[in-house]
Design a protein around this ligand. Structure first.
Ligand code: FE
Length: 184
């Protein structure tokens, strides 16, 4: 199935950015601009990539760069669903498409994982960024208890295959995980 044209344009834009070199700050800045355009209009996400699950938030792979330099994923949050505290190990750009999301940031301190005191609320059209350089540990939740929210994420790898971590905030213990995709 061909990509919806807005998504195809986003993929072209990010491909051009990674073709031009791997300076992370430049790629993330360009990707954020492209993401802003992608989530400015909510009329393109295929129904199959917008389906919630009653128990688990869903991650649908929309596109993976053939050289795995980046991937694009739709995150579909059922009412009240949230992630554990987790890291990414690669850059990520998040664009809010539908509903709302809260994002609480954490950081490593003396071998523990502590709240950095920062939290963001994303409404449709808003952008957020994570990267190991600026901080890539957070917990994300649907801001709504009564409806589905959807955000579009781009990551600097085939994120479904990346070995990363979830954290127990009490003990600071890290557990390795690989997220995969709901549409694998
Ligand atoms: Fe995340």
């Amino acid at each position: 199935m061909p990509l919806p044209s807005r998504l195809a344009r986003f993929v072209d834009d990010v491909t051009a950015l990674v073709d031009a070199g791997d300076d992370e700050m430049r790629v993330v800045a360009g990707c954020s601009e492209a993401m802003r355009r992608l989530v400015a209009v909510d009329d393109w996400l295929p129904e199959a990539m917008a389906k919630p699950h009653p128990k688990y938030y869903q991650q649908y792979l929309l596109h993976c760069d053939p050289r795995e330099r980046f991937s694009v994923v739709s995150f579909v949050w059922g009412p009240g669903q949230k992630t554990p505290v987790h890291d990414h190990t690669v850059w990520g750009v998040i664009g809010m498409l539908r509903g709302g999301e809260t994002c609480a940031r954490f950081e490593r301190k003396d071998g523990r994982i502590v709240s950095s005191g920062e939290a963001a609320f994303l409404k449709p059209g808003d952008i957020d960024v994570v990267s190991p350089a600026i901080g890539d540990i957070h917990r994300v939740a649907n801001a709504h208890d009564d409806r589905v929210s959807i955000s579009i994420h781009a990551y600097g790898a085939d994120i479904g295959k990346v070995k990363r971590h979830v954290f127990d905030v009490e003990s600071g213990a890290a557990k390795e995980f690989v997220s995969g995709y709901a549409n694998a």
